[in-house]
Write a protein that binds this ligand. Structure first.
Ligand code: URA
Ligand code: CA
Length: 433
């Protein structure tokens, strides 16, 4: 087989076979196909697209390019959840203990991400002592004993995806549905998931800016999940404004604790129930979504889910007193209110730019090497559709620097107050095939 022939085939609209895709991924991972040929193929895929069978072959080849985690010694159906990215998305922190408390085993490997705020790992690390690096045996033991553990991704998970993603990043081929779908699904499969719940976000703060693209990505991932023998479903959710009220690492841990205490923001709570009930059904712990939701509501109102979070923190070496005293986590030096300049209704809270503002405060990384300030971020007091009086606080800025002019200006530019704004729908669609 010659790479040049395979590039030509795809360039002319042909379909690559499983063997051909396996050859490409293996040889590229072994450094026997140069970046320039791979780049040409990526661009051909960008223009010519791939069939579901091709995407599945690519997904499986990438999943098997490195370590594949074996979770078979954990009893039960392991359901993983993945979000295609959002601003202030606190759902994983809540869902892990919540679904674990109704008996769904959660063996979660999370990434750090290069988002505007940290990834789940960064959020967890804002809890003093919390260990995200555990030996695999310890990780499995914890899930078997306690139903939940969240750790950092092994460095050798889907290495082909890591290299391809870096190449896509510099060849203008990131935004291709077959390439995004295979990238995400390869990592979920390598991490050992039996079943997968996808949260495909859409809107300004998401990868997929419009509903049509989000729908295509969701359908593609659900289909390849099935072809790869992993039950998969997707929720298309709105990310035009941030989810919940907190954006920033320790602020989101506090938000998760408050939510598990029953005091969460309505949209975040609803999102957790929506995704959580899908996970419970896929894990075979309930017959249908209504029963699943009821189980979750009971676990939350009885305090079992909160207790599970406490247990998870303790198991992983963290200071579990933050559950009873979340204010311990609020250590930013300055808290400043952003006041409304007029009365009216909030019509826009641009998720993307609010994320950038949080990053400017130090809550996220611009490059992999940058360190994160866990304490800083934003806490929203108003969401789209809420009415506001002139002089009322729109949000609180938590910061460790006194100079906030740049951040304040950016925030004012991207928060709009008008005469009437309606709350956007939280979930656009649920896709099961
Ligand atoms: N997230 C991923 O993991 N891969 C992509 O290609 C895009 C988003
Ligand atoms: Ca949030």
């Amino acid at each position: 087989m010659r790479m040049v022939d395979l590039i030509e085939k795809k360039r002319d609209g042909g379909t690559l076979s499983e063997e051909e895709i396996q050859f490409i991924v293996t040889k590229y991972t072994e450094d026997q196909i140069p970046d320039y040929q791979m780049s040409a193929l990526l661009m051909a895929i960008f223009y010519e697209d791939m069939t579901d069978e091709e995407i599945t072959a690519l997904t499986l080849a990438m999943a098997h390019s490195g370590e594949v985690i074996d979770l078979s010694s954990i009893e039960g159906i392991k359901v993983d959840k993945h979000s295609t990215g959002g601003v202030g998305d606190t759902t994983t922190l809540i869902l892990a203990p919540l679904v674990a408390s109704v008996g769904v085993p959660v063996a979660k490997m999370s990434g750090r991400g290069l988002g505007y705020t940290g990834g789940t790992l960064d959020k967890l690390e804002s809890i003093p002592g919390f260990q995200i690096e555990l030996p695999e045996e310890e990780f499995i033991r914890l899930v078997n004993e306690s139903q939940v553990a969240v750790i950092g991704q092994s460095g050798n998970l889907a290495p082909a995806d890591k290299r391809l993603y870096a190449l896509r990043d510099v060849t203008a081929t990131v935004n291709s549905i077959p390439l995004i779908a295979s990238s995400i699904m390869s990592k979920k499969i390598a991490a050992g998931a039996d079943a997968i719940v996808l949260d495909v976000t859409t809107g300004d703060g998401a990868f997929m800016k419009n509903l049509e693209d989000a729908r295509r990505l969701a359908h593609t991932m659900v289909r390849i999940g099935k072809l790869a023998d992993r039950q998969t479903m997707a929720v298309i959710s709105d990310m035009s404004q941030p989810l919940g009220e907190a954006i920033g690492n320790s602020l989101e841990v506090v938000e998760a604790i408050e939510t598990l205490k029953g005091n969460g923001p309505e949209d975040l709570v609803e999102m957790c129930y929506a995704l959580g009930s899908q996970m419970v059904v896929l894990a075979d712990k309930a017959q249908n979504l209504e029963d699943a939701r009821q189980l979750l509501e009971e676990a939350l109102s009885s305090g079992e889910a909160l207790e599970k979070f406490k247990e998870m923190i303790r198991n992983q070496g963290g200071d579990d007193s933050v559950i009873d005293h979340p204010e311990k986590l609020l250590t930013a030096k300055y808290e400043k209110s952003l006041l409304a300049k007029r009365s009216g209704t909030v019509t826009k809270l641009v998720a993307n730019e609010l994320g950038i503002a949080a990053m400017m405060l130090g809550a996220g990384r611009r490059t992999k090497e940058e360190s994160i300030d866990h304490a800083v971020g934003l806490k929203l007091h108003k969401k789209v559709g809420d009415t506001v009086e002139e002089g009322e606080s729109l949000l609180t800025i938590y910061s460790n620097t006194e100079a906030l002019q740049e951040v304040t200006e950016l925030l004012y530019q991207h928060i709009e107050i008008g005469n009437n704004g309606a709350e956007p729908p939280l979930i656009h669609e649920i896709i099961t095939e």
